[in-house]
Write a protein that binds this ligand. Structure first.
Ligand code: FES
Length: 140
């Protein structure tokens, strides 16, 4: 049995997913500690280059968490994030890269249990896939 533990970088909107993560923590919900959270002001600020750099620098997967459609504090930032991530995944797929290591999820501030569930699901799925082949590719 492998003892591989995935490193997952999470770009979380300050107003929703980051707050949901805080809620999950403060209410002592059980979820694996594999996600390294980075708080951003809106999912729409997450440049796809951040995602690629995270993967090249050792992340096994990346999750972007934003407000539900219609709830973005900057009106349409989450819709921008959805378009950007869709384009990024299309490009990754065309290059033969594992686009399924990039997740986009809508998790509102009150959804601590949903955050914990997604953290468990993602960690388990990436654990099954094993280490990312992109990690360290920049130096190769
Ligand atoms: S403010 Fe949360 S996704 Fe835009």
């Amino acid at each position: 049995m492998s003892d591989f533990e995935p490193k997952i970088v999470g770009f979380f909107c300050n107003w929703c997913t980051a707050t949901a993560a805080d809620l999950a923590g403060t209410t002592r919900m059980q979820y694996p500690p594999n996600i390294r959270p980075i708080r951003v002001m809106c999912s729409g600020t997450v440049d796809p280059v951040y995602v690629i750099r995270a993967l090249l620098n050792g992340a096994d997967a990346v999750i972007v968490g934003g407000c539900r459609p219609g709830d973005c504090h900057y009106v349409s930032g989450n819709m921008k994030a959805r378009r950007r991530m869709a384009i990024l995944k299309t490009i990754m797929k065309s290059l033969g890269l594992a686009e399924d290591r990039v997740w986009l999820r809508w998790i509102s501030a009150a959804e601590g249990p949903k955050f914990a569930k997604i953290a468990r699901e993602m960690t388990e799925e990436i654990r099954k896939k094993g280490p990312s082949e992109m990690a360290g590719a920049w130096e190769a």
